[in-house]
Ligand binder design. Structure first.
Ligand code: C2E
Ligand code: MG
Ligand code: MG
Length: 732
């Protein structure tokens, strides 16, 4: 640990510090607003106005310091003691990596400082009394130039307040000193006698009010007090001269100052009172706070608005939702989000992304009434708060308008960018009693809208919440499974029924769970399909199965065909065709080596999204199998419209075909359908020789089932069908 550097004019600094009266009363309540604002603006737990005495430091104001052991107040371990030796902001992104602090007890102990940024509090005399700092227990990778400026603005507010305190204290201490300080003070210092006649008028008062000292001295103080405030001041003076106590003395009062030219300015007034040779005198310190108010307004705005779009942020949205709910009126909340925004950022750059967001904000603001709120609640997420609206149909119509507004092309320089959007809707009181609940449920509805496909708007339902709870537990586990390579592919043989010759395999996913062992897809696929990882896992299945197919094709099964089941999410991801093409190319696989299996659910859920890619895949020469055929409602027209090459007869019919003439008839009907449409047919779930014989009799040529082999690990599959000249393994 390194001790803080020494300060050349330390004695001067300590004398300056003494003028602020902190040795008698360390706390300054007027500063707690600033520390709170800082903590909120920077999202840190701790913000401190830290003053530095000869050997110790003390907090004039702080938030989030309860957990810091008060005995750790030595100057030698203080971060701020370093900061005051710097010219501007001192930033320590990660204290554990900083040679000055890594073994500091504030870092290694329970206080756990990691991130620190502090600005020296340099007062008018040039001395740094201490530092204004923010602290986090997590490291930060960056602190931008903009962040520095904000922190410096806040430190200026602190210095302003400190200055007021100094003058106030000086006034209380002695008349003589008061006059000395008055001469150089940047604040107006005005004294009056008990009757309110001005007896002293300093240089700053001349500048602030426009009267020279010669003009002002001898006049009534009313000179600088606007009409409507005169009575209050007059009454206060009367009260005091009559021996009562003042309402104005001893605290800071907001006031309006009246200039010689008649204009008004916001001021802050500290009044003191003393007896000089037995006569009562009043001293007023007046500060022009125009600049500070502007600064405060700006900081307030920054803490509550999104910088890029200037819309209210999530915090403000939450507050307003809470207010509307408290008002007892219905409220509709719509959360909309741009699809594929990340791609814009990645491919066209952040400037372009920023421009899209600004324009999106502008368009959404145009979709609502002036009494509604549009807020930016995430990187590409916006919220529309519609007080008084309770009708789901109307809410849906507004959500659709918003989606349409975001779907219009964005024209930027030479680019025309096409985006789509989804929206979730939640309505108080039906969908949430509190702001948090309503916002959370609108988010869930948005999540569902995204699953339902582009351009969708969805109203919250209770079922979404229970689904979310289940998803959350599974999501974490499945994510881990993907990251740790716990997923495996098993392969089930597909054979020619007449002689049992291997024609291909279907890849079937398994989860090798560290505690539960081999988990079958029925247990985790519903959660996976409802979560965010389906497309990722689907891509992995495709790649792994194709690698395996390429290996077996080169090792004794040249015409081998690999069946791969697809997830709906892979179609929604928009790049399925390109992915399949790349996978085939990279593995030198002929397209007919791959057969993609789709189910009726995929087709019916997203008719439009599926048809285009399927046609492209078919044109490429890839096989398309319709899985579990016969179990659903797949109509004949569907078979005509979709570019399907094979029907897979579902195992439920095969299982009972020998006993149930009805099921046998269905199988024959499917085979007949296949023949009429020119489609291949394969039967699933063949377990007995009787079933095989019956299928052959009906004209079925290919089959899959336990009779020929269960789904197997790749090495077992290779052994069973003599497919390894050398050991092959899939990359899991
Ligand atoms: P599916 O595509 O219809 O797969 C056939 C299922 O029937 C497999 O169950 C297989 O083990 C089982 N099976 C095969 N022959 C017989 C038999 O003779 N008797 C019996 N009783 N069952 C047999 P599995 O592996 O549990 O897979 C269930 C479903 O999970 C699959 O149905 C498929 O829809 C889905 N699935 C499996 N792997 C994947 C995958 O990688 N991606 C996608 N998207 N879905 C997958
Ligand atoms: Mg299948
Ligand atoms: Mg099937």
């Amino acid at each position: 640990m390194r001790h803080p550097p020494l300060i050349a004019d330390e004695e001067l600094r300590l004398r300056a510090l003494a003028e602020y009266g902190f040795l008698d009363e360390p706390a300054e309540p007027g500063l707690s607003d600033v520390t709170q604002l800082a903590a909120r603006m920077f999202g840190v737990p701790t913000a401190v106005v830290n003053l530095i005495d000869r050997n110790h430091v003390f907090f004039a104001a702080s938030v989030g310091t309860d957990h810091i052991d008060p005995s750790l107040a030595g100057r030698d371990i203080s971060f701020c003691a370093h900061a005051i030796t710097e010219d501007s902001v001192m930033v320590v992104p990660d204290a554990t990596l900083d040679p000055r602090f890594h073994d500091n007890p504030l870092v290694t102990g329970p206080a756990s400082f990691r991130f620190y940024a502090g600005v020296p509090l340099r007062v008018a005399s040039g001395q740094a009394l201490g530092a204004f700092c923010i602290i986090d227990t997590r490291a930060r990778s960056s602190f931008s130039e903009f962040d520095r400026q904000q922190l410096e603005s806040l430190a200026k507010l602190v210095i302003d307040k400190l200055e007021l305190r100094r003058l106030d204290i000086a006034g209380r201490v002695s008349q003589e000193r008061f006059r000395n300080i008055a001469a150089t003070s940047p604040d107006s210092i005005i004294c009056t006698d008990a009757e309110g006649s001005i007896t002293m008028w300093n240089a700053a008062a001349e500048r602030m009010f426009g009267y020279a000292a010669g003009e002002a001295v001898g006049q009534k103080i009313d000179l600088i007090i606007p009409d409507h405030l005169r009575d209050e001041i007059y009454e206060d003076r009367l009260r005091v001269t009559a021996g009562g106590s003042s309402r104005l003395v001893g605290r800071t009062n907001d006031m309006l100052g009246l200039r010689k030219d008649g204009s008004l300015f916001p001021g802050e007034l500290s009044l003191s009172m003393w007896r000089e040779d037995g006569d009562l005198s009043f001293g007023a310190i007046i500060r022009d706070v125009t600049e500070r108010r502007r600064n405060e307004d700006r900081l307030y705005h920054l803490a509550h608005h999104d910088q890029l779009t200037d819309l209210p942020n999530r915090g403000v949205l939450k507050q307003r939702v809470g207010e509307e709910i408290a008002g007892g009126q219905p409220v509709t909340l719509i959360i909309a989000d741009l699809d594929g925004f990340k791609d814009i950022n990645d491919t066209l750059g952040h400037d372009c992304g920023d421009a899209v967001l600004k324009e999106a904000a502008r368009r959404l603001s145009g979709c609502v009434r002036p009494t509604d709120t549009v807020a930016r609640v995430g990187s590409d997420e916006f919220a529309l708060l519609l007080p008084g609206l309770a009708d789901p149909m109307q809410a849906a119509a507004i959500a659709e308008t918003a989606i349409k507004a975001l779907t219009r092309p964005f024209v930027l320089d030479s680019h025309e960018i096409h985006m789509s959007a989804g929206a979730g809707i939640a309505i108080h009181p039906a969908h949430g009693e509190s702001a948090d609940e309503l916002i959370g449920n609108a988010d869930l509805a948005l999540f569902q809208a995204k699953l339902d496909g582009r351009g969708t708007r969805t109203l919250f339902t209770r079922a979404m919440r229970s689904a979310a709870v289940a998803r959350r537990t599974y999501d974490v586990e499945i994510r881990r499974a993907v990251e740790n390579g716990e997923l495996r592919l098993y392969y089930q043989p597909q054979v020619r029924l007449s002689d049992g010759v291997l024609v291909g395999a279907e890849a079937l996913i398994r989860w090798l769970h560290p505690e539960r062992g081999l988990v079958s897809p029925a247990a985790f696929l519903p959660a996976l399909e409802g979560g965010l990882l389906a497309a990722t896992v689907g891509d992995w299945v495709l790649e792994t199965a194709c690698t395996q197919a390429a290996a077996w094709r080169s090792r004794g099964a040249p015409a081998f065909r690999m069946g791969v089941n697809l997830f709906g999410a892979q179609f929604r991801a928009d790049d399925l065709v390109a992915k399949v093409a790349a996978v085939l190319r990279d593995r030198h696989l002929s397209p007919d080596a791959l057969e993609l299996e789709i189910t009726e659910n995929i087709v019916l859920d997203q008719n439009d999204t599926v048809l285009g890619p399927l046609r492209a895949l078919r044109d490429m020469g890839v096989g398309i199998a319709f899985d579990d055929y016969g179990t659903g409602y797949a109509s004949l027209s569907l078979l005509k419209r979709f570019p399907i090459t094979r029907l897979k007869i579902d195992q439920t019919f095969v299982r009972t075909m020998c006993e149930s003439p009805a099921d046998d008839a269905i199988i024959r009907a499917v085979l007949y359908l296949g023949e009429s449409f020119g489609l291949d047919v394969i039967a699933e779930g063949i377990e007995t020789e009787a079933q095989r014989a019956q299928l052959i009799k009906n004209g079925c040529t290919e089959g899959q089932g336990y009779l020929f082999g269960r789904p197997m690990a790749p090495e077992d599959f290779a052994a069973a069908f003599d497919l390894f000249k050398r050991q092959t393994r899939t990359a899991a």
